[in-house]
Design a protein. Structure first.
Length: 100
């Protein structure tokens, strides 16, 4: 009877080890895929950030103004801006409130 319990315990441990190994492999695969996706997204983010910073730098904006717009652009104060809202086919203009 002791041998039966010993053999049963060993077989149970072998099956448990197999199941745990397989689940660990699946988790490792998911972790690896997630890390690879993160690396790809970080690369895309860095490229987009570089592109944004390069294209929106003040010197680049001035160059674009001179190249494409000649003297059509004028400088304005941000307090002169407002919001346009469309409500039931009616335009509603609101000003930006000064928090001072």
């Amino acid at each position: 009877m002791k041998k039966f319990f010993l053999a049963f315990t060993i077989i149970t441990l072998i099956f448990a080890t197999t199941i745990i190994k397989n689940s660990t492999k699946k988790l490792d695969r998911k972790i690896f895929e997630t890390n690879e996706n993160i690396v790809v997204l970080k690369d895309k983010y860095e490229l987009l950030l570089l592109d944004y910073n390069y294209l929106s730098s003040p010197s680049k904006l001035m160059e674009y103004q001179n190249t494409y717009f000649d003297q059509n652009l004028i400088e304005t104060n941000i307090k002169n801006f407002g919001f346009i809202k469309l409500n039931n086919n009616e335009l509603i203009l609101t000003e930006i409130k000064n928090n001072e």
